[in-house]
Design a protein around this ligand. Structure first.
Ligand code: ANZ
Ligand code: ZN
Length: 803
């Protein structure tokens, strides 16, 4: 009965940890704090998949190690539970989304518990809990109060299948990121959040944080800062101007035509003058059905219509140039109009080729007969009047000054970042706590009346007009205006799923507070999050949104750090055995429950950390799972060869110190796989040494504990070590003992120095002799001679006397 039986011991220890509140965050503020965070899951109907344990185990390892290092650790967990899949499931199965959510949460929680994570469950939060979303609504009202929430008619991305508006970030390759449905553009009145007001801070403050490089880069690209100029082109024979944004004002002399976005307002203003106005309207209609992604895709065939009857004047040379409309120019970026420089811009080049528009080279270096020359580093200006001979960067400065002097243009910075579409026409989300009064406009619900809870409805299907199902509950919609007491109507849109996750890390610091979203004291103590790990897919949405909300609360004085997360890392995906994404349709989904049942949670944890470099994707391998189980079996069996002795044996002393060092440092750098490999190697050495001292096994178990907490806790108890392993001290290594002591000795023959040898300190004479005699040069000298005497001065000289 000395078999390793994870089924028994894992449940046993999970219960003990619960009972002892082993991982409850301490209120002791004298200790240094450590806040470790993983992205809370969306409790989907599918339950946990094997992708979840990878990041969770990683930060569980860090959290357990930190506790042993003497930190007060906050490692919380909760549920990001609003959202479409739950609502769609509820509609299909006629179950209330709240019930669906409860069921899913309870399943997820059991699964997480079965993996032995050291979460502080007393701080569990759920974004759909009215006590939670009260504060989501409260923050929204603050944004509204400060003018950062506004409602506007705007063309939005509309998922034809989900019947909701989507943020740009939610449209992936032209389709809805959730359902894969077709996305078209639709004009709708939507609540928007002015994240653009924070574009600069969101960009600049990346310097304050320690994010892995690829996360920083994608944040930067998403914010998309462009430096350039705005330039006004006169519409010939009128007082109107077409304002354009360009990053290449140096190429102004090469602007041979202009392009307006099909939605540009000047088109309507000039409908009398535009002789092919019908054709223009027809083109606009077709463009309106395309997503921004389709419109701007580089490879797509260029289309467009000239605005016949009007032309523009190039301000640098007075040339008349034609004005076109084309869908590759977006109304939502810059000014919605461009000057086209086909010699130096790829899209303009293709467009000019297709419609036989003139191409004028203004920067030398390429071959503009064949392709646009887009280099901005090395070219020299030509065909450009007073800019001729200048390098691009100098030409830019000079032309901008010239434009500013003449008051026809100015320096300008643009951001790709768009305001955040904050409305969803769905039921399962936080109600937006505003009412509309004919007299007073949009009026916030008084703070004392929060939370504004979701009313019960019969039917969650969005209305045919695309309005939220809440619009049908008239007695909820009809209300009175808090300001004037007159008749008012509630907003029926709800918030997007990103709302609840934009501030959840703040709530964890004080999750049961009913006076504030968290107390200042708790926020001050715990923030910033010391280490946040999450998926790359959340780099442009959640990470940016939550940084925005945090910065907003910082500006209002509610939080004391400008950034929410000090460090951000990201894990790779776990793929199926054949290196494909795991999916139901491929039939290659591995259920973590099955692995736990067959091999144990410790095996699953060890395997997911051993599977490969943490930041890279890795293919599942059942063989690999078995290998990790075999390793734990060998750890267990070490109990057969344990001998007394609190210290490390001579043979293994160096190896022990090396392993402590390697595991400690590797964990910090998320090199979990190599840390585990080092522990596997140490186990092998235990066996080849034929014995393990108590001191050695003790240290080994502590090192392995963060990865495999159950088996190590059980062995700790069986070996009658004191207390629990979870509150031991993390071992420290002695740097000097991590290197084998090697020294150089001199070799003398008949009193003459003939060579040196490397030996380890205090090496036995016999083995030193062996080394000396195996040196080629020594062998040569001794060839055919007789050794009369050998004297070894330990650690110094090996003397040989010959005849
Ligand atoms: C003339 C020019 C010459 C341009 C050249 C580029 C190269 P980023 O870096 O993305 O900011 N542009 C401006 N507004 C646009 C809109 N609403 N829709 C589509 N394209 C637009 O790119 C800025 C450049 O994208 C601008 O500089 C403009 O083309 C185009 F050799 O102006 B450029
Ligand atoms: Zn009113």
């Amino acid at each position: 009965n000395f078999e390793y039986n994870p089924k028994e011991i894992e449940k046993k220890w999970q219960d003990i940890w619960d009972e002892e509140e082993a991982f409850k965050t301490s209120t002791d503020r004298s200790k240094p704090k450590y806040y470790a965070l993983v992205e809370f899951p969306y409790p989907s109907g599918q339950g946990l998949h094997v992708g979840h344990p990878r990041p969770y185990t990683a930060l569980d390892i860090i959290s357990r190690k930190r506790r042993m290092e003497g930190y007060n650790v906050l490692f919380p967990m909760g549920w990001d539970a609003f959202g479409l899949p739950t609502e769609n499931f509820a509609i299909k199965n006629k179950i209330h989304p709240r019930i669906v959510t409860e069921n899913n949460v309870s399943r997820f929680k059991n699964q997480l518990k079965s993996l032995g994570y050291s979460f502080d469950w007393s701080r569990e939060i759920n974004t759909t809990d009215p006590e939670y979303y009260k504060w989501t609504q409260w923050i929204f009202l603050k944004l509204f109060e400060k003018g950062l929430a506004y409602k506007t008619e705007m063309p939005i991305n509309w998922c034809t299948q989900c019947k909701v508006g989507l943020a740009n970030e939610e449209v992936v390759n032209g389709v809805c990121e959730r359902c894969g449905g077709e996305v078209v553009r639709k004009v709708k009145s939507q609540w928007m959040l002015k994240i653009t007001e924070y574009a600069e801070k969101l960009l600049n403050d990346l310097d304050l944080v320690d994010y892995i490089e690829k996360v920083k880069i994608s944040q930067k690209n998403w914010i998309g800062r462009s430096e350039g100029a705005e330039v006004d082109f006169n519409i010939k024979d009128t007082d109107d101007f077409i304002r354009i944004f360009t990053t290449r004002p140096d190429t102004l002399f090469g602007a041979t035509y202009m392009v307006l976005s099909p939605e540009h307002p000047l088109i309507d203003k000039y409908k009398e003058k535009i002789t092919n106005y019908d054709e223009v309207l027809e083109y606009r209609e077709i463009a309106s059905k395309k997503s921004d992604f389709e419109r701007t895709e580089l490879s797509k065939e260029k289309t467009g219509v000239p605005l016949k009857g009007i032309s523009a004047v190039n301000p640098v040379n007075g040339n008349n140039i034609p004005v076109w409309i084309s869908d590759y120019v977006l109304m939502t970026y810059g000014t919605g109009a461009i000057m086209a420089v086909p010699a130096h811009d790829e899209r303009d080049f293709e467009f000019a080729k297709k419609f036989s528009l003139p191409i004028i080279e203004v920067v030398k270096g390429g071959n503009v007969e064949e392709a646009a020359y887009t280099d901005t580093e090395t070219g020299i200006l030509v065909n450009s009047g007073f800019l001729n001979g200048l390098e691009v960067k100098d030409a830019k400065g000079k032309i901008i000054n010239w434009l500013e002097e003449k008051k026809i243009g100015k320096r300008k910075v643009n951001y790709k970042l768009r305001d955040w579409v904050f409305s969803r026409q769905r039921y399962w989300g936080e109600p937006i706590p505003l009412v509309y009064c004919e007299k007073c406009g949009w009026v916030p619900i008084p703070e004392e009346e929060l939370p504004l809870t979701l009313p019960e409805v019969e039917n969650y299907v969005p209305t045919e007009t695309g309005e939220s199902p809440l619009a049908n509950i008239r007695d909820w919609v009809e209300t009175t205006c808090p300001k004037c007491g007159g008749h008012a109507e509630r907003e029926t849109d709800t918030m997007p799923q990103w709302a609840g996750s934009s501030w959840y890390f703040l709530r964890y610091t004080d999750p049961h507070n009913d006076k504030a979203f968290a107390s200042k004291e708790d926020l001050d103590y715990w923030l910033p999050v010391d280490w946040y790990n999450g998926g790359m897919e959340h780099t442009t949405l959640h990470l940016l949104y939550s940084r925005f909300w945090h910065k907003f609360l910082y500006d209002l004085g509610y939080v004391s750090t400008p950034e929410p997360y000090q460090k951000r890392t990201s894990h790779g995906m776990i793929l199926g055995e054949n290196n494909e994404k795991m999916s139901k349709s491929r039939g290659n989904v591995v259920n973590p429950d099955d692995i736990v049942n067959e091999f144990g949670a410790d095996t699953l944890r060890t395997y997911e950390m051993f599977i490969g470099a943490f930041d890279q994707s890795a293919a599942w391998s059942q063989q690999g799972v078995k290998g990790c189980r075999r390793f734990l079996d060998r750890v267990w069996k070490v109990q057969d060869i344990i001998v007394d002795g609190d210290s490390f044996s001579k043979e293994l002393e160096v190896k022990m110190h090396q392993t402590i060092k390697k595991v400690s440092l590797d964990f910090e750098q998320m090199k979990f796989n190599t840390a585990i490999a080092a522990m596997m190697s140490l186990i092998n050495d235990f066996y080849s040494n034929g014995k393990v001292t108590k001191g050695e096994i003790k240290t080994f178990l502590i090192l392995l504990n963060p990865v495999a907490p159950h088996i190590t806790e059980e062995m700790w108890q069986l070996l009658k070590f004191e207390g629990r392993i979870y509150n031991q001290k993390w071992p420290v290594w002695d740097e000097e003992k991590t290197v084998e002591d090697t020294i150089e000795i001199a070799i003398q023959i008949n009193g003459k120095l003939r060579g040196t040898a490397l030996i380890s300190l205090n090496e036995e004479k016999e083995s030193v002799k062996e080394k000396v005699m195996s040196i080629d040069k020594i062998k040569e000298i001794l060839e055919g001679k007789t050794i009369i005497k050998e004297i070894y001065v330990p650690n110094k000289i090996y003397n040989i006397v010959i005849k």
